[in-house]
Write a protein that binds this ligand. Structure first.
Ligand code: NAP
Length: 291
């Protein structure tokens, strides 16, 4: 029997209005997990700000929040560029008020054998995941310090921060950096009432990008997506709103003494290990195209 399903989508575990008067900025909040987290913050009364590069993603995020009746602002921004980030914060502030909660969710990833990875591929992923997280976090905190007010930051990590990610060395290294940064910043900014936590999601099926988890893996999409639930100890994949609940909890006053923590939401998948593992396939053999 699989792990029990969570309560239905549409419920909230926090009191109504927990985020009333708050502006929650979610990078990459127009798609996938970011959009799912945005919806839960909006359901609790937050005004939502979304930044990402593509107009269609910004549109999709705005439409989802508006459907809930929430207030939303979406601004084009490449988080690799600190100047664009500063301008985006200005535009958001003008539209819906100063950002009080930041979710560093935007990321990029694709499977590639390390020896075939171009310098450009390495830089693109590490700059979006690690540099982007750092640039957004520091922009946020500088503004909170000027305002003389606290806030909360939630970074989105991944469990291969601890295991390594053969076949995604760029993303795994960058996510390890994000987990580590969470701890450094939590200590630096606790005296300023700014908490910094991290969420490490497991297997969540991203309806906006269904191939994300298997893109480029030989025999990927068909083989993997046909039975994803059977590939995790929980016997089911994560429900998007479960992640949203974890995010809204960690950034809320109810988690006021939690900072520097990485919460894994993965049904114990990353702990799965056996003395006798499935037959070993080289990364080179499992990633297409081959060398
Ligand atoms: P996704 O749908 O591909 O979302 C990534 C978002 O990041 C997109 O909306 C994208 O928007 C934005 N983005 C990418 N590069 C950007 C840049 N340079 N500047 C600004 N925005 C940028 O992925 P997801 O599956 O929802 O993943 C969301 C987060 O969860 C990521 O941090 C990922 O590593 C983590 N995660 C996901 C899973 C899972 O099961 N799906 C598992 C572990 C961890 P634009 O293209 O418009 O820029």
């Amino acid at each position: 029997m699989p792990l029990s399903n969570p309560p239905e989508y549409g419920q909230s575990m926090l009191p109504a209005g927990t985020y009333a008067g708050q502006v929650v900025l979610i990078t990459g909040g127009g798609t996938g997990l970011g959009k799912a987290m945005a919806l839960e913050f909006a359901r609790l009364g937050a005004a939502i700000a979304i930044i990402s590069r593509k107009p269609e993603h910004l549109e999709s995020g705005m439409a989802a929040i508006r459907e809930l009746g929430g207030e939303v602002a979406a601004v084009p921004c490449d988080i690799r560029d600190p100047d664009q980030i500063a301008r985006a914060f200005d535009q958001i502030e003008e539209a819906i008020g100063p950002v009080t909660v930041l979710v560093n969710n935007a990321a990029a990833n694709f499977p590639v054998a390390a020896e075939t990875m171009s310098a450009n591929a390495w830089r693109t992923v590490t700059q979006i995941v690690l540099d982007g997280t750092f640039f957004c976090a520091t922009e946020f905190t500088r503004r909170r310090l000027v305002a003389g007010e606290g806030g909360a930051i939630l970074n989105i990590g991944a469990t291969y921060s601890w295991t390594g990610g053969p076949g995604t060395a760029h993303s795994a290294a960058a996510k390890a950096g994000v987990t580590n940064l969470t701890q450094s910043l939590a200590v630096e900014w606790a005296p300023d009432d700014i908490r910094v936590n991290c969420l490490a999601p497991g297997l969540f099926l991203n309806e906006d990008h269904p191939d994300n988890l298997v893109k480029g893996v030989k025999g990927g999409a068909g083989r993997e997506s046909s039975r994803p639930a059977s590939r995790v100890p929980a016997g089911r994949t994560g429900a998007m709103h479960e992640l949203g609940w974890a995010a809204t909890y960690l950034c809320s006053p109810f988690a006021g003494y939690i900072t520097g923590h990485t919460l894994v939401v993965d049904g114990a998948n990353w702990l799965r290990r056996s003395l006798v593992m499935p037959e070993f396939e080289t990364v080179r053999d499992t990633i297409a195209p081959r060398l």
